[in-house]
Design a protein around this ligand. Sequence first.
Ligand code: ADP
Ligand code: MG
Length: 399
Amino acid sequence: MQIIIQKFGGTSVRNRENRLKAVAKVIQAKKSGYSPVVVVSAMGRLGEPYATDSLIAAMKEQIGGEMNAREQDMVMSCGETLSAAVMASMLEAQGYAARALTGGQAGLYTDERFGSANVEHPQPERLRALLAEGIIPVVAGFQGVTRDAEITTLGRGGSDTTAAVLGVMLRAEMTEIYTDVDGIMTADPAILPEARVLSGVSYSEVFQMADNGAKVIHPKAVEISMRGNIPLVIRNTFNDKPGTRITNDQQNGLDVLVSVAHDANRAQIVAEMERPGEEAEVLRRLADEQISIDLINIFPQKLLFTIDQRLLPKARAVLEAMQVRHSVRADCCKISAIGSAMHGVPGVTARILQALARSGVSVLQSADSHMTICCLIDASQTALAVRALHGEFHLERAQ
Ligand code: ADP
Ligand code: MG
């Protein structure tokens, strides 16, 4: 039995017209001899009635306040549950036996971290039994269940994670992620229309892209698929293009860069250090508050780093409680130039800085690792900077 996982994101299932396209993809796979396992996100984005953010906002309004993490997960899991029931019914209506399942019913056991649970020891029996009967399982993404039957959610991008976990659990031929773009592109097409689709790219390069803000796939899903060695394929729900295949052995020739990612939601913090060892304490206290930081630079009396802008009030409270003097620069964007072939090639950083300077973009901070060079810039210059790097490294040219 050749199993494939087919995950459909929010825009692919937002309305009946789009869902019919998704259903057609599942039927196509079935007709080609595959046993598909479908994973769905909630229907639509914030503002649309059954999107996760809409459900949360509506319930908070009913309460007139906040909800605790456990109850919040119960509400958050509903969007995907509804979506699975609807998709399974639509497949049935077209004459295909299908069964909607919650994450728990699909065997996705997690730890107890409400809101950002990790799947541990998934159980494939129920899905295998359905597949053996020729039934198409439609699994609600983004959710699982603890050993004590508590409903949990897997955090942002969690449906991608569900698909990746199922791919590894069932030893699928591939895990397909269906979305609203033609594949993994050389930059976010929402800000750079000339961005090009990559036909093949490595897990580690896509991980770097995802980890640096390219929201087309969640980094955890890439990591899980890489560890299980299951190919990930990113495709458009709304056409028949081949999409992007992500495996271990993609070669992009001699191109130094494969893609430019951006994360336009960063804030830079500059903290003054008054005694030795204070940096470590600041970093530890921020970590205790679940604030993840990056672009960390340490100088004799100064500590520089960036955080997700939405966590600014929390981070400020930590620094104030520690009586650390600091300044904040909000509305920054981290631009990341990614490509495994840059390793050992001299002059890549110089080209990046020159290209940015030519476009009038000033760099506030930078960092590099073996396949990624990141520059922090003012968020208002995001499109300018992405275009500058894309052009400098000729990413618009075919692979
Ligand atoms: P879904 O709801 O299907 O999960 P997402 O909105 O999470 O879809 O991801 C798709 C979006 O990711 C695209 O519409 C695109 O704007 C964005 N994106 C960012 N970077 C890239 C990239 N390098 N390649 C393709 N899409 C990207
Ligand atoms: Mg997504």
